[in-house]
Design a protein around this ligand. Structure first.
Ligand code: BES
Ligand code: MN
Ligand code: ZN
Length: 498
């Protein structure tokens, strides 16, 4: 992780400088100081580049003098409209432009301390990289940025604002790392072990294996797992952060935890309804919903969020084999409802069915939000720009949409309804696990809703947003950890006791 420090503004004697500049603004602060120290080299370069300060517009000036190796100037757009996101993105863009520098000083301009911290967040998120399995990379090919000093007059306040954001960044990194890990390494058991490691943050972590799940009657989840040599796991993570005051003040209702549930298919071959070879390797990301829940729980615990929350992840591998479930099998879910499995590749909903029911029965949560790389159909509907949001509760849907806009992890609400639900009718069981090609993301959500027993619930289909094929200002291409920041914001803005 990028090492972040905060200090009073001072020109570095050598090394790199990054400046975030609003639209139409003249150089100020360290920018003005550097311009003066280089006899106007910065101003001339910006004029020559017709720099306007538009969002993420970038000018890099090499060796302008005064010992500076590089000055990176990034636009914020209009300063008065520049909310947290613009600062984060400009800082992320700056971090990418600074990749060749081991260290740099960043001046975000005349901003509140919290914005300096937001700049630190944006830069950190962009500078993340997974290189566990690179053993022969040449030093010159490797990004070098290791230390970033944020310049702010009130460095102490900025540093204090960074502490919780750093915890969120660490949750994002954990989720990205889990999604990026190859499927031979990240089996259900290994993923559960990594969850156990979060006990050090103060999370209560329980792991259930196949024996316990068989006893409980998780027929749907176990049906998916039965073709794999790698055993399934259910991980339950609890964070108790609301404190006794919450119960006293608001009565029993406030004691209900928020619940987050993730699909954790560590590899989805499709099972006997085997997927085509082309692109199948992408299905190592089919545990992204679980990774997000794990990263979120780490973030909440890491920043000691004043909330009670539970995170449950159903971890399985979907493989074809002599013990695999067949198209046509009927399984009995933990809820008691039976499912005719007509396509073994519609496995995520089977996993979630048991976990959702177990979650509400055990925790009686205030609401449940599940995340799942559930359908290819949501990618057809919304591409990679929005996750699909399905909800039985308008207030919950609205807060999720708002949190999406604030964090850039955007969600778009999709419909639910009886006419879609009917498409799940089975000839021999309570339902079938596929609803046909039309409205595939919606019928998948309808299936999940049958395992929601009247609780406020939202489902995020993140099949299109969990992985990015291109760099974004705060997200290098690859695993995005979509949902960690969104749900952390949902909690922070609406559900923390003060
Ligand atoms: N994991 C896939 C969905 C998926 C597709 C995730 C693309 C990420 C990218 C899911 O288990 C699946 O296979 N869904 C099927 C459902 C169908 C059989 C009803 C699909 O979308 O084709
Ligand atoms: Mn599948
Ligand atoms: Zn899947």
């Amino acid at each position: 992780m990028l090492e972040i420090t905060f200090a009073k503004p001072a020109l570095p004697e050598k090394g790199a400088l990054a400046l975030l500049v609003g639209e139409g603004e003249a150089l100020a602060g360290l920018g003005a100081a550097a311009d003066q120290a280089t006899a106007g080299a910065l101003g001339r370069a910006l004029a020559a580049a017709s720099f306007k300060g538009k969002k993420n517009e970038t000018v890099t000036i090499l060796a302008p003098g005064a010992g500076l190796s590089r000055v990176v100037v990034v636009g914020l757009g209009k300063r008065e409209e520049a909310a947290g996101r613009a600062t984060e993105e400009a800082a992320g863009t700056a971090a990418a432009a600074l990749a060749a520098e081991p260290e740099a000083v960043l001046d975000a301009g005349p901003v509140a301390p919290v914005q300096a911290a937001e700049a630190a967040l944006g830069a950190s998120l962009r500078a993340w990289r997974f290189d566990r399995y690179r053993t022969r990379e040449k030093a010159e090919d490797r990004p070098k940025l290791a230390r970033l000093a944020l310049a702010h007059a009130d460095a102490a306040k900025a540093r204090a604002a960074w502490a919780p954001l750093k915890a969120v960044a660490e949750g994002v990194f954990l989720a990205r790392e889990l999604v990026t890990e190859p499927p031979n390494v990240l089996t259900p058991a290994e993923m559960a072990e990594r969850c156990r490691g979060l006990a050090k943050l103060g999370l209560e972590v329980e792991v259930l294996g196949p024996k316990e799940m068989r006893k409980l009657g998780f027929g749907a989840l176990l049906g998916v797992a039965q073709g794999s040599a790698n055993e399934p796991r259910l991980v339950v993570m609890q964070w108790h952060g609301a404190g006794p005051a919450a119960k006293g003040r608001k009565g029993a209702k406030a004691a209900r935890p928020l619940a987050f549930i993730g699909k954790g298919v560590t590899f989805d071959t499709g099972g006997i309804s085997l997927k085509p070879a082309q692109g199948m390797e992408e299905m190592k990301t089919d545990m992204a919903g679980a990774a997000t829940v794990i990263g979120l729980m780490a973030a909440l615990a890491g920043r000691k969020a004043k909330v009670d929350a539970v995170g449950l992840v159903g971890l399985v591998e979907n493989m074809p084999s002599g013990t695999a479930q067949r198209p046509g099998d009927v399984v009995k879910t933990y809820s008691g409802q039976t499912v005719e499995v007509l396509n073994t590749d519609a496995e995520g909903r089977l996993v979630l069915a048991d976990v959702l029911w177990y979650c509400q029965e055990r925790f009686d949560p205030a609401f449940m939000v599940d995340l799942a790389t559930l359908t290819g159909a949501i990618v057809v509907s919304l591409g990679h720009e929005n996750a699909g949001l399905f909800a039985n509760d308008d207030a919950l849907a609205q807060t999720l949409i708002a949190a999406g806009q604030a964090t850039g992890e955007q969600v778009w609400r999709m419909p639910l309804g009886e006419a879609y639900d009917k498409l799940l009718k089975s000839d021999i069981a309570d339902m079938k696990n596929i609803g046909g090609r039309p409205a595939g993301a919606i019928t998948a959500a309808q299936f999940l809703q049958r395992f929601v027993n009247g609780k406020p619930w939202a489902h995020l289909d993140i099949a299109g947003t969990a992985w990015s094929s291109k760099d974004k200002p705060c997200v290098p291409k690859g695993a995005t950890a979509f949902g960690v920041r969104l749900l952390d914001r949902l909690v922070a803005d609406h559900h923390e006791t003060r």
